[in-house]
Design a protein around this ligand. Sequence first.
Ligand SMILES: NC(=O)c1ccc[n+]([C@@H]2O[C@H](COP(=O)([O-])OP(=O)(O)OC[C@H]3O[C@@H](n4cnc5c(N)ncnc54)[C@H](OP(=O)(O)O)[C@@H]3O)[C@@H](O)[C@H]2O)c1
Length: 266
Amino acid sequence: MDMGLNNKTALITGSTKGIGKAIAFELAKEGVNVLINGRNYDKVEQTVNEIKSKFPATSPQNATADIVDKEQREALFEKYPNIDILVNNMGIYEIMSYEDVDDEIFEQYFRTNVLAANGLAKFYLPKMLKNNYGRVIFIASEEAIMPSAQMPQYAMTKSMLLSLSKSLSKLTIGTEVTVNTIMPGPTLSENVHQIIDGMYPEEVLTFSEKEKKFMTTNLPQSEIQRFIKPYEIGRLAAFVCSPYASAFKGSPTVWMGEWYPLFSKY
Ligand SMILES: NC(=O)c1ccc[n+]([C@@H]2O[C@H](COP(=O)([O-])OP(=O)(O)OC[C@H]3O[C@@H](n4cnc5c(N)ncnc54)[C@H](OP(=O)(O)O)[C@@H]3O)[C@@H](O)[C@H]2O)c1
């Protein structure tokens, strides 16, 4: 399906690996010129080159910046003042027990997962409104609405993104700009792959046996009984960015294979 995105420009934060990279690939597949972001210039350049060789008709660019750092964000704005699509994907996560989460950790998660994304939206959204076209997507998590209690510091920030996204969506009323949130369930990014691979050291199991065991033990409610593949989120994000999705505004998409109210109003 041609998503009608040819020649648009998209900034995808945290796109040198995992979900962000998959979103960048799926957008490039649709002819989008993607701005690849991460903190390490060489890793960003490597991803840019991978995309350039796979989708030579597009012009991927290096958008290296630590987006938690206000000055680096501002340098990024100077370099790329205009974009059509902002995918606020970058986020940190770690399993922690509530008793270990002190104020400093809450603040670190707030700065990283919320303020960085908000800083980008604050700069680009008014320009999108002025152009009467644009897409902002926040990558939250199912933890936003179903905290597991395994990472309270993270779940709180993802709920905040949901709320922020909804507030920003209200600013787009009557325009061709949309703001939406995707809330993935457990997804097989490189990090998660490594974590699962390191589990059950006492048993000789293949990766897919470990995945199955993890699912039946930890997520018996999952209907897909596997991790989501990053490209599946990438495809969904490409659709949300497309003109075909212009009626979806302020919608959270929960995606965990357990329940799937695609674009239902929350
Ligand atoms: N994986 C899951 O199961 C899952 C489920 C639900 C939601 N999510 C959400 O999906 C998003 C992506 O997760 P993921 O698992 O794909 O992450 P990941 O594999 O850890 O990738 C993180 C990306 O962000 C970059 N990054 C980290 N800190 C940065 C910063 N300060 N400035 C710019 N770039 C930075 C990393 O590159 P450098 O380190 O080189 O900077 C990398 O490209 C997150 O928001 C996460 O909360 C993930």
